[in-house]
Design a protein around this ligand. Structure first.
Ligand code: ZN
Length: 145
C-alpha cells in the first residue's frame, strides 16, 4: 500500500472520528440495538427505520468510545442508509472479511471505498472489536423479530 493511500485512509478515520455522521436518534425508529465492547469501553446505541420493502430509510447512532469505533460506526451508517437489508447483510460479511483478514474475496468493498480505510485495524486484534462493534449491533437490530 502506498504512503499516500495510507495517509488518505488515516484522514478518513480522523474525519469520521472527529465529526461522526448520522449522530443522534432516528425519529421515528422501528429497530434498535446496543453494543458494548468492554475491552476498550466503546458503547453504541443504534436506531433504524426500515420500511416494508426492507429498505433502511434512516440509521443513526449515539455512543462513546475510541476514534476507531466512532469512525467505523459513522462510516457504517453512511454506507447503509438508503440500502436494502440484503445489501447490508452482504456488506456486513465483506466488512468482517476486510478487518479480520479473511481470505474470502471482497464482493462489495473496493480500495476506493471509504470502508477500506479500516482494513489497517486487522493488524491489531484488539482494534478489530472496536471496528466491528457497531456492525454486530446492527446485525442484532435487524435479526431480532
Ligand atoms: Zn475501541
Amino acid at each position: 500500500m502506498s504512503d499516500l493511500l495510507k495517509e488518505l485512509y488515516q484522514e478518513i478515520i480522523l474525519d469520521h472520528g472527529n465529526t461522526p455522521r448520522n449522530y443522534g436518534e432516528c425519529e421515528p425508529f422501528n429497530k434498535s440495538a446496543d453494543g458494548h465492547n468492554p475491552l476498550c469501553g466503546d458503547k453504541v446505541h443504534l436506531t433504524l427505520l426500515v420500511d416494508n420493502n426492507n429498505i433502511i430509510k434512516d440509521i443513526k447512532f449515539t455512543g462513546e468510545g475510541c476514534a476507531i469505533s466512532i469512525a467505523s460506526t459513522s462510516l457504517m451508517t453512511q454506507n447503509l442508509k438508503g440500502k436494502s437489508l440484503d445489501y447490508a447483510n452482504s456488506l456486513f460479511k465483506d466488512f468482517s472479511n476486510l478487518v479480520t483478514g479473511g481470505n474470502d474475496k471482497l464482493e462489495l468493498i473496493t480500495e476506493e471505498d471509504s470502508l477500506y480505510s479500516l482494513k489497517g485495524v486487522g493488524a491489531f486484534p484488539m482494534r478489530v472489536k472496536c471496528a466491528t462493534l457497531s456492525w454486530h449491533a446492527f446485525k442484532s437490530a435487524i435479526d431480532e423479530k
